[in-house]
Design a protein around this ligand. Structure first.
Ligand code: MV4
Length: 595
């Protein structure tokens, strides 16, 4: 087994992996960006190293620097978590070449599943059912038209070959919509994956998103841990997941589990992976494979009692899986709610800010996987998911009641999160009946009713007395983080910290600029809360907008960030266009209130 593992991630998943390492007696090495010096994952690891500046490119995507930290720290393996470098075949290859174990599948499996057309071809050859459509790229709209006429029919889904998770996914309900769908998918593919290649699938009008968890080792053992239903999605981001799936019975579970195992075998998979698929009218179709641990792996851990992260680490180290298929028994029902810093009533707009107070729910059947504490600053620079709340109970109805109880206990002060959205959704008949809830997620009036009460003016948050005489200072020496306890008078500012570094106890997390609150009451300027690329502009100059109306979408780190109007009025000036690079704090639009 490894002695030391580097965790190339941040937030809740980094904390999750560090927990597994600690239980296995393996040393953990955290890495962090300049924005994450105080982050929970840094505190929980045995060692921590600075990667670089605040952007993901300078830090968590900085593959050379991460490999260098492996050498410096003596880590023998890297766990990528999800996102960032998790499905980056060149990184997995670079690790292999450097003699560092990548905790995940071989680079060849990541690559095979990364191309959706290649994956469809491989799966078809392995006897795995795929959504009917093409396995070869479709070059032109005319080609698409003739293939649809002869083989697929309408409605049709046009998808980017480099895509996944809904990026570069367009629908044409009839021929008149085909050209726009084709070009839209190709453009998005080019923009996000530098690949304009598209393929076609029959569009299923009301499927469920059902996925199978698999585990594989290097000894030829491949097992599945049953399925998860992730049909509650918003702009292709999952928000609630559960296991078992309401629409899957034992026979179906056996069948789709076998499909998952075949899919993993076809690419010589190692570690934890997920086969995503669509279920409609009793038919299951392969969609794509996620070659990493997923956000929602926890619901499966709750129903099987198997630690998926631990099994992945064991497999990477060359050990056999600790369970055989016959040992896998599913018990009860688990639900996960993603706790995102988002405002559901404003089109799920990112709502960055500082957590002023924080208390997690507890009690029977409750699990919280979180990357934050009181004082944490949620920056627009990274994923808005700050925590996951997972519950287990004997059946779906009781698990729902338990989730509502736990959501009610969850206190996150100072931050707008999806908690009120989850509370409302879990009480609907649609959820109770095990429906996909697609209607609710598209119901503007229903979402609008979830508006947060207007915040009372924040009190000045400086000048509180510092009476402590024992303080833990964090110092960074040669890019490595150390905690130092100093007993003496409180820090008075200036010159006390080693290398001029401010002691962590005395430092206030910087407030991120906020699009909707940074400019003061009544300000006309809508400013960008983050750095990224202007992907879509949905308003025109001279247009009247409502408060909360979607103005534009900024792409940052492959995430779509919806920017909504901070107030009602007329768009007097529009300072951006699609394709522009946008910096944090830049003016997007000037919105003048009607007089
Ligand atoms: C589809 C589809 C219908 N037909 N593909 C792709 C990514 C994933 N996030 C959802 N995706 C879909 N792919 C074809 N050929 C519908 C969806 C879909 C969806 C599926 C199940 C449950 C919720 C969904 C929400 C949006 C899109």
């Amino acid at each position: 087994m490894f002695e030391k593992v580097l965790v190339a991630n941040r937030g809740e998943i980094a904390v999750r992996v560090i927990r597994a390492l600690r239980e296995m007696g393996i040393g953990s090495v955290a890495v962090y960006s300049e924005l994450d010096r105080e982050a929970l994952h840094v505190q929980r690891a045995d060692e921590a190293y600075l990667l670089g500046g605040p952007t993901a490119a300078e830090s968590y995507l900085n593959l050379e620097r991460i490999l260098k930290v492996c050498r410096e720290s003596g880590a023998e393996a890297v766990h990528p978590g999800y996102g960032f470098l998790a499905e980056n075949a060149p990184f997995a290859k670079a690790c292999e070449d450097a003699g560092i174990t990548f905790i995940g599948p071989p680079a060849s499996a990541i690559e095979a599943m990364g191309s959706k057309t290649r994956a469809r071809e491989l799966m078809q050859a392995a006897g795995v059912p795929i959504v009917p459509g093409t396995t070869d790229p479709v070059a032109t709209v005319d080609d698409a038209r003739s293939i649809i006429d002869s083989d697929i029919g309408y409605p049709v889904a046009v998808k980017a070959a480099g895509g996944g998770g809904g990026k570069g996914f367009r629908v044409a309900l009839e021929e008149s919509e085909l050209e726009a769908a084709f070009e839209g998918a190709a453009r998005e593919g080019e923009k996000f994956f530098f690949d304009a290649t598209v393929y076609l699938e029959r569009y299923l009008p009301d499927p469920r998103h059902v996925e199978v968890q698999v585990l594989a080792d290097r000894h030829g053992n491949v097992i599945h841990l049953g399925e998860r239903d992730c049909s509650v999605q918003r702009r292709h981001q999952k928000v609630i997941e559960e296991s078992p799936a309401p629409a899957v019975d034992d026979e179906m579970r056996e069948r789709i589990g076998q499909i998952g195992v075949e899919a993993a075998r076809a690419v010589d998979y190692v570690g934890a992976g997920t086969i995503e698929g669509l279920l409609q009218d009793g038919e299951y179709f392969f969609l794509e494979m996620n070659t990493r641990v997923q956000v929602e792996h926890c619901v499966t851990e709750m129903t099987t009692g198997i630690d998926i992260v631990r099994e992945g680490i064991r497999a990477a180290a060359g050990e056999e899986l600790s369970v055989a298929q016959d040992d896998v028994a599913l018990r009860g029902h688990a639900i996960e709610c993603r706790i995102n810093a988002e405002d559901a009533s404003k089109n799920f707009a990112p709502a960055p800010g500082q957590i002023t107070s924080y208390r997690e729910p507890a009690g029977p059947g409750v699990r919280v996987d979180s990357g934050v504490t009181a004082g944490s600053e949620i920056t627009p620079m990274y994923d808005p998911m700050v925590a996951k709340l997972i519950v287990w109970d004997a059946d779906r109805e009781q698990a729902t009641a338990r989730m509502l109880r736990a959501l009610d206990e969850y206190e996150i002060g100072g931050l707008k999160t999806l908690i009120p959205f989850h509370v409302a959704l879990l009480q609907t008949d649609q959820w109770g009946n095990g429906e996909t809830c697609r209607d609710l997620l598209e119901d503007k009036a229903w979402l609008k009713a979830l508006a947060f009460p207007k915040a009372e003016k924040p009190t000045a948050d400086d000048g509180e007395p510092e009476e402590t005489v024992e303080q833990t200072y964090t110092v960074e020496v040669s890019g490595r983080k150390f905690d130092v306890r100093v007993i003496g008078p409180p820090f008075a500012g200036g010159g006390a910290g080693a290398n001029g570094a401010a002691p962590s106890g005395a430092r206030k997390p910087q407030r991120a600029q906020r699009a909707n609150s940074g400019t003061g009451a009544g300000a006309d300027e809508l400013v960008s809360p983050l750095q990224g690329n202007m992907w879509k502009v949905l308003v025109e100059q001279g247009q009247t907008v409502e408060e909360g109306q979607l103005v534009c979408i900024i792409e940052a780190m492959k995430m779509e960030n919806e920017i909504t109007a901070h107030k009602a009025g007329v768009v007097e000036e529009l300072a951006v266009k699609e394709g522009d690079a946008v910096t944090s704090g830049a003016t997007i639009a000037v919105i003048k209130s009607p007089t």
